[in-house]
Design a protein around this ligand. Structure first.
Ligand code: ADP
Length: 247
């Protein structure tokens, strides 16, 4: 119960990694705010946590909206009295598209949801995180460091997430630690949206030396470790949860 009396916000908590991360923090005693643009999904995760005798609050927010993010932080502190961990996890995929065919609208949307969201979250969370020595986690991707066919906006958004993580770790030390997680292909509803003619899910799995996709629970385990006191000397890192994928 290492997160007892701690409050954790997880964005994108309605599905996939976010759901697993929210449930894992709750299983370790945290009160968890389950934030998602899909309020039914967020509510489902929050209800599951309550059924297991945990504390949770579902919130409907669009992480790319400054107003929504501010409301998320305000409501969290009003409900639970503090904020200890902010996990900027919500994200959207990109359909593989040659760069010359990517629309400005799609580019802006992917950068807003996958990258601007972390800036907004930190902007409003920092005054509260400073109170108790808080932690920020950002979900990036192995695509932050290794290019992918047709994913210019997605790769740029995730690369930006890693660089922003390092900047914030530097800027917010010593009171707040900031780390990123870079998952390899993970078995969530998003994964099939990346698969295309050039790359099947089985093909992705074949590139992973440990022989399987990542599971949401693998990412949740990394999140609770990086947020724990065991990681008290770790900040500004991008932890690859990649099964040894080296290309
Ligand atoms: P993964 O877990 O692989 O990242 P999922 O698609 O399973 O992928 O989960 C992503 C979550 O992020 C979904 O629950 C989705 O509703 C949420 N999400 C997507 N866009 C936004 C947004 N703009 N604001 C808040 N949540 C979002």
């Amino acid at each position: 119960m290492e997160f007892l009396e701690k409050t954790v916000i997880v964005t994108g908590a309605g599905s996939g990694m976010g759901q697993a991360i929210a449930e894992k923090f709750a299983s370790k005693g945290a009160a968890v705010v389950c934030a998602d643009i899909d309020v039914d999904a967020a509510t489902e995760t929050a209800e599951k946590i309550k059924l297991d005798d945990g504390l949770s609050l579902p919130l409907e927010i669009d992480v790319s909206s400054e107003n929504d993010v501010k409301t998320m932080i305000d409501r969290t502190v009003a409900e639970f009295g503090s904020l200890d961990v902010l996990h900027n996890n919500a994200g959207i995929p990109q359909e593989a598209t040659p760069v010359e065919d990517v629309s400005e609208t799609e580019w802006d949307q992917i950068i807003s949801v996958n990258l601007k969201s972390a800036f907004l979250g930190v902007k409003y969370a920092v005054p509260h995180l400073r109170d108790g020595g808080g932690v920020v986690l950002n979900t990036a991707s192995t695509a932050a460091i290794r290019p992918r066919t047709g994913l210019s906006a997605y790769v740029a958004s995730k690369g930006g997430m890693v660089t922003l993580t390092k900047q914030l770790a530097y800027e917010l030390a010593p009171s707040i630690r900031v780390n990123a997680i870079c998952p390899v292909a993970t078995d969530t509803p998003m994964l099939s949206k990346f698969a295309g003619e050039d790359l099947s899910v089985a093909g992705m799995q074949d590139t992973i030396p440990l022989g399987r996709l990542a599971e949401p629970s693998d990412i949740a385990a990394a999140a609770t470790f990086l947020a724990s006191d065991d990681a008290e000397m770790i900040t500004g890192t991008a932890l690859e949860v990649d099964g040894g994928r080296d290309i």
